[in-house]
Design a protein. Structure first.
Length: 539
């Protein structure tokens, strides 16, 4: 886990800051900088011309990577306390839909930089949020995509017997419904060795695909390498000009046969990704090798999912077939420059960041449309498809002159249009009418979606810190933190109903219940905390 550069270890109430929805954030416990008291995320100032809603039909834009935090949810549902490393920040972000302003930049991808200033929900200390979002006027349901050659490698080892293989069969049936006649499906199964169960079936061959699904039988060991290699070989052999080629690699365990070293799997994925074959990985069950599966998807320019229930299986397979096929931007760069009153403290939620104290750049190979269209749309089957993003932390610069310019910074976006091949460039300046670190009365927000982003950041921080504290057996402090979060979120949701955050609150309460149970099992009861832990201690 990447540790927050400002914080000590969990034993001293520490936490690792991580990704938040396409956002830049800076937070520190410095009451001397606060001019307006505690932050109320439901109120606050905004420029008179700040738009409050987004037009229907604008689509979120996200990069490949983790697309859910299903494993974290499953652990809580099982009555257990998750390890801090389980909550993937990219996955957490991807299950939240943020409605950015109208995408009227004239390009297929539009850059937005939105500012929020307030105090955090747990202790009220200073936090500055510069939320950078990408969206598009394109409708993923109306986009023309090339014919698809899809190769799915399914783990059929003995541990997949029963419910796990049933999840996969249900998901494959859902996927078949969204395939087109010109698509071709190849199914590879692997246990001790890999086999080709069906090859090149047309997307509308319902009988043939159903027969292949029905033939899935679980038995034997787990030869991850042979399964991945066979799938990639079949995908490579099927490549044709004008067609998209993709591999979905699914497993519930760790390699127990064949080549088992994770580095060999990553090298294999990298070699074929360079040939234009994307690899999405799907894990399920309690014992799958999450690090290896995530690394394969990262290396293979694909997505990573966790199946926690049958609904998730249907959602994941359908989402993958519908949205993550046609990129809307290639060779993407997001450049960030801090204003005179701020410094850059680090970047989270991306492995593509390089930079220093005053600037940095994020490189992404490609961007895709997210599946969900609006934050207020009903969630049917799951929350995946919300979007994606990057977190870069900005902090008020010590010694900055009081009359420093009001420029918080500048964000630039550049990418290659996949259709025209032309390079597109956009730049947004971000300004703050208040001094760096100052919290105006009630907070300051330039768009409604920054309010949701602020709460998302608080939830992510609280979940991570509570898990860190529990790992150190400080259940009392973890409980106090989640109680404070519950109070702040409940107040916010009263005025701002939101299905994503309501679900987060449900899991925060489940987390607290599990912590109480774990605390009761301790040989010696720890005393109740004197105060809520500070999630953002001062530098």
């Amino acid at each position: 886990m990447n540790r927050h550069p400002l914080l000590p270890t969990a034993r001293t109430l520490a936490f690792a800051t991580v990704a938040l929805s396409a956002a830049l954030a800076g937070c520190a416990a410095d009451d001397s900088a606060s001019a307006g008291g505690d932050f109320d995320p439901g109120a606050g100032s905004a420029p008179p011309d700040a738009p409050s809603t987004e037009i229907p039909g604008a689509s979120g834009v996200s990069a490949a990577g983790a697309q859910d935090f299903g494993q974290f949810r499953q652990i809580l549902e099982a009555g257990e306390v998750p390890h801090p490393d389980v909550l993937d920040p990219l996955g957490f972000l991807a299950e939240h839909k943020l409605d950015y302003p109208v995408p009227d930049c004239g390009d297929d991808v539009c850059l937005h930089a939105l500012l929020g200033v307030g105090g955090n929900l747990m202790t009220g200390t200073n936090c500055t949020l510069l939320q950078v979002g990408l969206n598009s006027p394109l409708d993923p349901n109306a986009m023309e995509r090339p014919p698809l050659d899809l190769v799915i490698a399914v783990d059929t080892s003995g541990s997949m017997r029963g419910t796990p293989i049933g999840y996969v069969q249900q998901g494959l049936r859902e996927m078949q419904r969204v395939l087109r006649p010109e698509d071709r499906l190849t199914l590879v199964t692997y246990d001790t060795v890999a086999r080709v169960a069906a090859e090149g079936l047309p997307g509308d061959d319902v009988v043939g695909i159903e027969a292949a699904i029905e033939r899935l039988v679980a038995d034997g060991s787990t030869n991850l390498y042979d399964g991945l290699y066979t799938a990639l070989e079949k995908a490579d052999a099927a490549r044709e000009a004008g067609r998209e080629t993709r591999v979905i690699f699914l497993s519930d365990g760790v390699g127990t046969a064949g080549l088992t070293h994770p580095a060999r799997l990553e090298a294999l994925a990298d070699a074929y990704a360079r040939r234009g074959i994307g690899i999405t990985t799907i894990g399920l069950g309690e014992d799958f090798d999450v690090d290896t599966m995530r690394a394969i998807s990262d290396t293979g320019a694909g997505n990573f999912y966790f199946l926690e229930n049958p609904a998730a299986a249907a959602e994941v397979f359908t989402e993958e077939a519908l949205t993550f096929l046609v990129p809307v931007a290639l060779d993407v760069q997001i450049e960030i420059y801090a204003g005179e009153g701020y410094i850059v403290r680090g970047a989270y939620g991306t492995r593509g960041w390089t930079g220093g104290l005053r600037s940095g750049v994020v490189d992404q190979a490609s961007l895709f449309l997210a599946g969900r269209q609006r934050a207020d749309d009903p969630i049917e089957g799951g929350r995946r498809g919300g979007g994606g993003g990057i977190l870069v932390e900005l902090m008020p610069r010590a010694g900055a002159p009081v009359d420093a310019p009001d420029e918080v910074g500048q964000v630039g976006l550049s990418y290659t249009d996949p259709t025209s091949g032309e390079r597109v460039e956009q730049t947004v300046d971000i300004r703050n009418p208040f001094a760096p670190g100052e919290i105006p009365d009630g907070g300051h927000f330039t768009h409604d979606t920054v309010r949701k982003g602020f709460v998302m950041l608080n939830v992510l921080v609280a979940f991570q810190l509570a898990a860190e504290l529990a790992l150190e057996a400080d259940h009392g402090s973890a409980i106090a933190l989640l109680d404070a979060l519950d109070e702040g979120m409940s107040a916010w949701l009263t005025d701002h109903p939101d299905s994503d955050l309501s679900d987060d609150l449900r899991y925060a309460r489940l987390f607290r219940r599990n912590l109480e149970a774990a605390r009761s099992r301790q040989p010696v009861q720890s005393p109740p905390p004197l105060q809520t832990p500070e999630p953002w201690p001062a530098d």
